[in-house]
Design a protein around this ligand. Sequence first.
Ligand code: CTP
Ligand code: MG
Length: 390
Amino acid sequence: MTEPTTAVILVAAGSGTRLGADVPKAFVDVAGRTILERALRSVLGMAEPAQLIVVAPSELLPEAGRIATAAVGAASSYVSVVAGGDTRQQSVAAGLAALGDDIDVVLVHDAARSLTPPALFELVIASVRSLGTGVIPGLAVADTIKQIDWMGSVEKTVDRSALVAVQTPQGFPRSVLVAAYASADHDYTDDAALVAAHGTSVTVVDGDPLAFKITTPWDLAPAESLVQSAPVATQWRTGVGIDVHAFDDDAPLWLGGLYWPGEPGLAGHSDGDAIAHAVCDALLSASGLGDIGGRFGTSDKQFENAHGEVFLTATVELVRGAGFEIGNVAVQLIANRPKLAARRAEIEVHLTALLGAPVSISATTADGLGFTGRGEGVTAVATALVTVVG
Ligand code: CTP
Ligand code: MG
């Protein structure tokens, strides 16, 4: 693996006083997923791999670790979770201490801006690399801005054409950000102000309205409706998987994740569970992740004689890590035996629990034709539907 040269410090250690929930802000749900999980997924949507440092409240490190592990799946080596401080600036400093040796560009991002599109991260990274300055996203100010005195009387209307409202991710060459933090003598309102005070220029690029910060309970409503109104047309992907195994009279039969006493077994490097393997292939196919052979090679001792659930659990992790949720899976077994009818519901319940999504099973014979018809082995065909997580 080539080490990433970009890092994203995701600050999620605030208490969320203004949101006023009974858990810190990053752990509040927006339409079924925590703010932290949504923020992680938006970072993971970048094409370029990055080191990801999650800065969480010290008392919730294990919980943050669980959320991060579930969100990143197979990319877990890129992620670390560290404890934050009393102020945002201290939390960023804690994140900086965890930077890998190869990192030369650092982005600091508020987990509270959890719907930020991956493209904004990519724009900031590319701009830091080409300009060599600090780069921050900003939006033109739409409201008329007034300067007032302490009594509230308007002194003047400020020229808003020279103003922008800034967002995160804010990106910097590593050396610049580290040096600025090392010499910071007080709290600044954002990383760009700290860096500018240290003498480095900062450039504003076009921000994105979706990078808004969830601050008060009022902000949760637009966040929820944005998530729920994500375009449906691009959300679904289908996949197909086929697996064939020959009978081996001396082996025990494992099929659909269940043991079948008294039935001839199936030959294979693992336990020969054609149903489980076809399901894995269909899920990997739907998620564009290749196939079971490429993911869990026969040379890997870990999978020797492994049962179906080992592959299924690892596949579910890969699929989730790649940003998909499983919609449903359908499998058909083509075989003379075993007769599935008596245990069909049992297999469905078992596989549904493993996948966290409905699995339906059917079976047929091949009318005496071919290797399945002659009773030499079984074929399982599976289809899967996955949704792109918005
Ligand atoms: N943050 C942090 N450590 C802190 C304070 C803030 O990591 N000590 C993070 C927050 O988790 C958030 C981001 O900085 O993702 C922006 O801060 P803000 O929106 O102000 O969040 P909170 O400080 O949690 O909220 P509040 O100010 O309402 O308490
Ligand atoms: Mg705050």
